[in-house]
Write a new protein. Structure first.
Length: 136
């Protein structure tokens, strides 16, 4: 019996994807701090905005980072394209922050719509990357 060997992932690829894990925990911490601050009587923070930080900032970043590392390793596929991963990171972060700011008292519907659009774009980029990998 011979075990199928997964390709070695380069150090640069792993470091690039660790950005997702790092930012995920930063979003989790930011959401926790924002939630604590929201209980202060003189501060009004929209709870939906905090949930956006947790859902897209924490959960989304973790899912993107984990699948970027796990799929090539366990699927015996090549590394995902670095340019698409960078695009995912930028779109996910910009969309999360824009939606958070737009929902938080600024009532800027254009900012919320732009942020949500960037989150959809980040998700589509990730799906394109997942579906376009070829067998090694």
């Amino acid at each position: 019996m011979s075990a199928s060997r997964s390709p070695n992932l380069s150090g640069g690829y792993i470091k690039l994807n660790l950005v997702f894990t790092t930012e995920a925990f930063l979003y989790l911490l930011a959401g926790l701090i924002a939630m604590i601050i929201s209980f202060l009587p003189f501060v009004t923070l929209n709870r939906d905005a905090i949930y956006i930080l947790w859902l897209f900032g924490f959960v989304g970043s973790m899912v993107f980072g984990i699948t970027n590392i796990m799929m090539p390793s366990y699927g015996n596929k090549k590394e995902f394209r670095h340019s698409l991963i960078v695009s995912e990171i930028i779109s996910l972060n910009t969309g999360t922050i824009a939606t958070f700011i737009g929902l938080n008292g600024f009532s800027e519907i254009y900012l919320v719509i732009s942020g949500l659009t960037l989150l959809v774009i980040a998700t589509l980029i990730h799906l394109i990357d997942l579906s376009s990998t070829r067998l090694a």
